[in-house]
Design a protein around this ligand. Sequence first.
Ligand SMILES: [Zn+2]
Length: 300
Amino acid sequence: MKKIILFLFCILFFSSPSFAKLKVVTTTPDLANLAQEVGKEFIEVKSIARGDQDYHFLEPKPSYIVQASQADLLISVGLELEVGWLPVLLTQSRNPKIQTSEKGFLDASQNIPVMEIPTARVDRSMGDVHPLGNPHYWLNPNNGILIAQAIAQRLSELDSAHASDYNQNFLNFKNQLSAKIANWQKQLANLKGKKIITQHKSFSYFTDWTGLQVSGFVEPKPGIPPNPGHLLELIALIQKEKVPLIVTENYYDTKAAQELSQKTGSKLLILPTSVGGEANIKNYSDLFENLISKINEALK
Ligand SMILES: [Zn+2]
């Protein structure tokens, strides 16, 4: 009898809300992976978007609302990357915990040194989808450490009982990633100063970190599709500057980039930009391993 009572007590005790895992929903899989690294067994994390989607223009789905409605914490990239769909999602979730003024909402860009902040006023009505500066900051692994730190701090505030675990997990992650960054730096030696063209300004933080030099963009402005006049200018530029590589993100139509490649002889690489962007990119480090090896191979 005693054993049965103990058994029932255990069921009640461990299924009570105080032992429930914190439900974390992120807008992107990169944020989900970084949250998992610091939250470990104390959280349950899901990403709204897949890693092979364009986060600027995600089509809202009813399943996203269900996920958001149950979240204790929602983490976004910010800098208006998700402005086309996240505000509506927050409203429709009817979840008071994750509204932007609450502790259950985290803008992961808060500690990031933002690149390309416009000096003149721009907004989405002018077609530019980077009005607050470039939001693709997770593509510098040093920023991954800053994101993980912000997540660990917020998890500690929401779940103070495990604050020391979150902090320790963050420190472990930081040490492991720092060691990898040091190793990657050696592999990047050949890339410094090499010229590339990219489709969208997705790789600004990556090229800043790697020392690659971006000569131009297939898009005339972030979010604006290429047009024939702009492509002619790019062909002239690629030929004049002898740009050896054109890069396009794996969720874009590759037609314009292919045309540029065919007309100039410059190599074309179709690259992932996120965790899950290709099947073998399971975590944040995999993403950099993938990018560095593909670009190194192309520019050998
Ligand atoms: Zn963008």
